[in-house]
Design a protein around this ligand. Structure first.
Ligand code: BGC
Length: 427
C-alpha cells in the first residue's frame, strides 16, 4: 500500500552544536576533560561483551573528548550539500550559546556572523532551518554561577535569546527554545551522569522551574520581534507502560514518570508553544524494580528478551511513536518529530527502523494527528555526550581521522521517501 504524507511535509535531519561543530569551550568540554579517564575505565563494567568487542574504542579516554567533533563548524556547506542531495527540505541545528556569548554580556559578533552564514547556506539550498537555542551545553560563566539552578540564568538566557532573535530572526521562522529539558534535568541532577553531575532532587526541581520559565520568556521575546515566527520545545517523549497492567504501584509509577518527563513541562509552559517537537527513542515498561535500575543509569531498554536492539542496547519499538503521537492530540497543536534515530554503525537496521517508524507516524496522521515533519537524528555521526563517539547515529558516516563523509545506504533509502513524500508499506 502507498502511504502518502501531507502536502508540504518537512523531511530532514537534526544535529546539535556541541555534538558536531568541534572546538567548543563550554561546561561540557571542561567536564569531558575531567571525566574521560573515569568513563573509559567504567566502560568495561557498564557495557555488555558484544558491545565491548564491537567498539573497543569505548575503553579509550579520547573517545570521551568532543575535540573537533565532526568538524561541522568548518564543513557545514559540504554537509548541507549532502542533505540537499538526499532530498531533505528542512534541517534542525543548534546555536552554541558559549560561542556567541563567551563572557557575561560580551557577545562575539564573528560567531553571530558564522550562524548567519549557516542560515544563508541552508536558504541557498532551499532547506528550511529549525533553530534550537539551547541543546544542553552552557557557557563556562553560566556554569560558574550554578547553571540552571540559579534564577539569574533565566535573565541571562533571555538576553542571549533577544540578541539572537534580533540578529538572525529575519532568517528563521521555526525556533526550538530548549532541547529535551527533562532529559537534561534527570541526567544532570538525578542520575548524575552529565554536568553538573549531581544527585539532588531540590536542585532538580529548581532547575526544572527555571528552564520552564526560560522557555516562556524566550517565547515572548521571539514573538515580540516577529509575531509570525513559530516557537516550540523539543520534548523527549517515550512510550511508557506499566509492566504489570493491574499493579497499582506500577501504574502510579508510570503516570508519575510520564508527568515529570513531559506532562509537568507542558503545564508550566502552557500557552507558550506554537507547535510540539517530539523526540522518540524509548519504550519504557516500568515496575518498581526497573525504575531503580534506571536511576542507577544502567539501561533504557526494559525488555531484556527483545532481540531487536540498537548498538546502545536500546529496544527498537516503532509502534510506540504512534501511541505518543495519539496522546499529544489533546494539546491541539501541530507536531514535528524533531528527533528519531538509532545508533547502528554497520547500517544494518537503519533503513527498516526509519520505514517502520514512518509507517506508524502515517497511521497517526490518518487518525487525525497533525504531524508536519520528520527529522532523523542525526545527519552526521557525532559526539554522543557521555558515551562519546562510538555510537553512530548518522545518515552520513564521519571518519574520525580524516573527517571524510560517507553517505550510508540507509540515507539513500530515506532520500527516496523524502523525494516522493510517500512510502510503500509492504515493500
Ligand atoms: C538528544 C541528542 C542525542 C540523542 C541520542 C536526544 O536525547 O537530544 O542530543 O544525541 O538523543 O541519544
Amino acid at each position: 500500500m502507498l502511504l502518502k504524507f501531507p502536502k508540504n511535509f518537512f523531511w530532514g535531519s537534526s544535529t546539535s552544536a556541541h555534538q558536531v561543530e568541534g572546538n567548543n569551550h563550554n561546561d561540557w568540554s571542561e567536564w569531558e576533560k575531567q571525566n574521560c579517564h573515569r568513563l573509559a575505565l567504567e566502560a568495561k563494567d557498564y557495557w555488555q561483551a558484544w558491545q565491548l568487542k564491537k567498539f573497543p574504542e569505548m575503553l579509550e579516554p579520547e573517545n570521551y573528548v568532543s575535540g573537533w567533533a565532526s568538524d561541522h563548524y568548518n564543513r557545514y556547506e559540504e554537509d548541507f550539500d549532502i542533505a540537499r542531495s538526499l532530498n531533505q527540505s528542512a534541517h534542525r541545528f543548534s546555536i552554541e550559546w558559549s560561542r556567541v556569548e563567551p563572557k557575561n554580556g560580551q557577545f562575539n559578533q564573528k560567531e553571530i556572523e558564522h550562524y548567519r552564514k549557516v542560515l544563508q547556506a541552508l536558504s541557498e539550498r532551499k532547506i528550511e532551518p529549525f533553530v534550537t537555542l539551547w541543546h544542553w551545553s552552557n557557557p563556562i560563566w553560566i556554569r560558574d554561577i550554578g547553571g540552571w539552578e540559579n534564577k539569574k540564568t533565566i535573565a541571562y538566557f533571555a538576553r542571549y535569546v533577544e540578541k539572537i532573535a534580533s540578529e538572525l530572526g529575519s532568517e528563521v521562522k521555526f525556533w526550538i527554545v530548549l532541547n529535551e529539558p527533562t532529559v537534561y534535568l534527570s541526567r544532570s541532577y538525578i542520575v548524575g551522569a552529565s554536568p553538573p553531575q549531581k544527585r539532588n532532587i531540590l536542585a532538580f526541581l529548581k532547575a526544572y522551574k527555571n528552564l520552564a520559565k526560560a522557555h516562556n520568556d524566550a517565547y515572548r521575546i521571539i514573538h515580540e520581534k516577529d509575531k509570525d515566527s513559530l516557537v516550540g520545545m523539543a520534548n523527549n517523549l517515550g512510550f511508557i507502560e506499566p509492566k504489570h497492567k493491574y499493579c497499582l504501584a506500577d501504574q502510579l509509577l508510570s503516570r508519575l514518570y510520564k508527568y515529570i518527563g513531559g506532562g509537568r513541562m507542558f503545564e508550566l509552559t502552557r500557552g507558550n508553544y506554537d507547535f510540539i517537537g517530539v523526540q522518540y527513542y524509548f519504550h519504557d515498561v516500568l515496575c518498581f524494580y526497573s525504575i531503580f535500575r534506571y536511576l542507577s543509569g544502567i539501561s533504557h531498554s526494559r525488555d531484556e528478551k527483545k532481540e531487536i536492539k540498537t548498538d546502545l542496547g536500546w529496544e527498537i519499538f516503532p509502534e510506540g511513536i504512534y501511541h505518543v503521537l495519539k496522546d499529544l492530540k489533546k494539546y491541539d497543536k501541530p507536531i514535528y518529530i524533531t528527533e528519531n534515530g538509532l545508533a547502528d554503525a554497520r547500517d544494518r537496521k537503519r533503513k527498516k527502523f526509519i520505514r517502520e517508524h514512518l509507517i506508524w507516524v502515517h497511521k497517526a496522521i490518518e487518525e487525525g494527528v497533525d504531524v508536519r515533519g520528520y527529522f532523523y537524528w542525526s545527519l552526521l555521526d557525532n559526539f554522543e555526550w557521555d558515551k562519546g563517539f562510538w555510537p553512530q547515529f548518522g545518515l552520513v558516516a564521519v571518519n574520525r581521522k580524516t573527517m571524510k563523509r560517507r553517505i550510508r545506504s540507509s540515507a539513500r533509502e530515506y532520500a527516496k521517501i523524502c523525494e516522493i513524500n510517500q512510502l510503500e508499506s509492504n515493500e
